[in-house]
Design a protein around this ligand. Structure first.
Ligand code: OSB
Ligand code: MG
Length: 369
């Protein structure tokens, strides 16, 4: 049992150390909403992965923070819960807004794991000491630059290279990288930039032995993905289209994809992420843990989730030092040879660097039961 006595909402702006271009546009900094839940002498941490604008999915930081203040925090503050699943259930009657709900749910998992003194991964049912990771590389200026950036990351030992693609920038970079690196595990991510009318172009990618093509079609579509999958040999991987275990079941049953990218915040938290994991496992489909350019708080959550058994493909959770000159947590989260150690210690195993955060936060609100 744990009681949620108070909460802090913090909004931090961090400069990104690389230019991240996707089919959405270019990103050079990250706005990171953090939630701290206070319990009996213990704190639980989480990070929101929605952005200022609703580009990836429909949620926004402004919308999420208002929902936290007006709906979700009032629902849990001063309440006692048997376990984090009870927090998930308490928020389960609200529709959508899963990234906002996940902020509360994920912080509750961390709070509970710290109360019990166990690592979050262990509490979720995971059993790995380290997890395999790859990198997600943004669209580069040209093919030579693409091969260069891939080479740097292959040399660091990352277990999978994912290239962002968009119409007009797909077959060329993939061909260049595959010719330079015949044996690497290579994938692409279109972030919903194509339609079924592009299926010929996408079928041309079948020549390059990609492990999967991630989310080529619309964020809210499963039916066209199923039609596209029938036209391709390469497996499709669903990202944006899976907001729940029900979505995962429907997508896999329809044949809309054969692999699922699980982002814990996108599906509403760890309890739902585990249900997505279990659905995928029942279909024999591998999952992997996606990233949203998280700070150390979200990154640590991702690593713990990735310890579950059906995370059989390398995740996006690469070294924090790739992204940030200074992270919001004190502990380094660094992969060696493509293996990310699971942070030790209770909960997510990282602590907030309050001094640093104080200097870069744009908002700091406190709530009591
Ligand atoms: O589609 O996986 C995606 C980042 C922001 C939004 C969506 C995506 C991504 C990434 C980056 O691919 C993964 C990472 O390095 O965290
Ligand atoms: Mg993606």
């Amino acid at each position: 049992m744990f009681r949620i006595d108070g909460a802090e909402i913090v909004l931090v702006r961090l400069p990104l150390q690389f230019r991240f271009e996707t089919s959405f546009g270019v990103q050079t900094e990250k706005l990171v909403p953090l939630l701290v839940l206070h319990g009996d002498g213990v704190q639980g941490l989480s990070e929101g992965t929605m952005e200022a604008a609703p580009m990836y999915r429909e949620e926004t930081i402004a919308g999420a923070l208002n929902l936290l203040r007006e709906v979700f925090l009032p629902r849990v503050l001063g309440q006692t819960f048997a376990n984090p699943e009870a927090v998930d259930a308490a928020l389960g009657s609200f529709r959508g807004n899963r990234m906002a709900r996940a902020m509360v749910e994920m912080a509750a998992w961390d709070l509970w794991a710290r109360t019990l003194g166990v690592p979050l991964g262990t509490l979720l049912g995971g059993n790995k000491q380290e997890v395999e990771v790859g990198v997600s590389l943004g669209i580069q200026a040209d093919e030579a630059a693409t091969v260069d950036v891939v080479r740097r990351h292959v040399e660091q030992g990352y277990r999978r290279i994912k290239l962002k693609i968009k119409p007009g920038w797909d077959v060329q970079p993939v061909r260049a990288v595959r010719e330079a690196f015949p044996d690497i595990r290579l994938t692409v991510d279109a972030n919903s930039a194509y339609t079924l009318a592009d299926s010929g172009r996408l079928a041309a990618l079948d020549a390059f032995d990609l492990t999967y093509i991630e989310q080529p079609l619309a964020w809210d579509d499963l039916v066209d993905h199923a039609e596209l999958q029938r036209r391709l040999r390469t497996p499709l991987c669903l990202d944006e289209s899976v907001a729940s275990a029900q979505d995962a079941r429907k997508g896999l049953a329809l044949g809309a994809g054969r692999v699922i990218n699980i982002k814990v915040a996108r599906v509403g938290g760890h309890a739902e992420a585990r249900r997505v994991h279990d659905v995928a496992e029942s279909f024999g489909a591998p999952v992997w843990c996606g990233g949203m350019l998280e700070s150390g708080v979200g990154r640590a959550h991702n690593i713990h989730l990735s310890t579950l058994p059906d995370f059989r493909l390398p995740g996006d959770t690469s070294s924090a030092s790739r992204y940030w000159a200074t992270d919001v947590v004190n502990e380094p989260l660094e992969a060696t040879n493509g293996l990310m150690p699971v942070p030790e210690g209770p909960g997510i195993g990282v602590t907030l660097n309050r001094d640093f955060i104080g200097g870069v936060s744009e908002l700091h609100e406190e709530y009591r039961a």
